[in-house]
Design a protein around this ligand. Structure first.
Ligand code: SAH
Length: 248
């Protein structure tokens, strides 16, 4: 069936699935994906759904069977390849759960390639439900029709993050005590990362350790002390505008 403006319908449900997709493949969905399609979206045989596998890209598929416990779909044709996202990492210190989930959701929408949660001395929270966090990321990507998921790492203590920091990647360190104007610093920095502290900020020893990293570049996000989640998302948006995929 040729792709026409009317097909597949924009309203077609969109899901990330595990198997690598290919034309003609039959995919059996169980658990939450099956529940979403059968019970929430009430799909029936013959309906169209959009599947992404975070490898080959986005495919139109047709529901072959919709039951209470599983849904079978037949992959029909590829619509888009997996998109290229800027080589940008967001390293946000863990903060209170709901606010952190909001950071994950917005960083996914904005196109972060990798998200590395950081455990710091003043982190109020030092654990992350990775399964729930991954669901937040997948749902954010589905909702904004991205074909690529950010790689969500397990939380890393700050000292380990710095010890293992990759040689060729700049680490822009959002420092409320001062740094380069972010507009100047982020421009044209292809392989980059932004590190943001927790609600209570970094302590002096942490700040010194970060600044000792050769790849570290302290940046200022203006004269006000922003909430951690505001700083993380504002800095990510600025990166996309100055060095990411908002440059057209
Ligand atoms: N220690 C601060 C609060 C930290 S704000 C205080 O109470 O005074 C949380 C994090 O957001 C900071 O660690 C920093 O990474 C970032 N941040 C907030 N405002 C910023 C600014 N104006 N410039 C750079 N980073 C900022």
């Amino acid at each position: 069936m040729p792709a026409t403006p009317a097909w597949p319908p924009r309203s077609a449900p969109r899901l990330f699935v595990v198997p690598e997709l290919a034309e003609g493949a039959m995919v059996t969905l169980e658990g939450n994906p099956a529940h979403y399609l059968a019970r929430v979206m009430r799909v029936a045989a013959g309906d169209t759904v959009i599947l992404c596998d975070d490898i080959t890209g986005e495919w139109a598929a047709e529901v072959a069977y919709a039951g209470k416990r599983h849904v079978e779909v037949r992959v029909i044709r590829q619509m888009r390849g997996r998109e290229h996202v800027p080589d940008f990492w967001l390293c946000p210190a863990l903060i209170k759960r709901d606010r952190f989930y909001m950071v994950l959701e917005k960083a996914t929408e904005l196109g972060a390639a990798r998200i590395v949660p950081v455990i710091t001395r003043r982190s109020v929270v030092d654990k992350l439900n990775l399964e729930r966090a991954q669901t937040v990321v997948v749902e954010a990507a589905e909702q904004c029709a991205r074909t690529a998921l950010p790689d969500l790492a397990a939380p890393a203590p700050l000292d380990r993050l710095l010890r293992d920091w990759p040689a060729g990647r700049l680490l822009f360190f959002a420092d409320e005590q001062g740094g380069a104007p972010v507009g100047d610093a982020l421009r044209e920095s292809e392989m980059a990362a932004i590190l943001v502290g927790p609600e209570g900020g970094f302590d002096d020893a942490e700040r010194a350790a970060i600044r000792q990293l050769p790849q570290a570049r302290p940046i200022s996000l203006g004269p006000s002390i922003l909430r951690a989640e505001t700083a993380a998302l504002a800095a990510t948006a600025l990166f996309m505008a100055l060095a990411g995929d908002w440059r057209g």
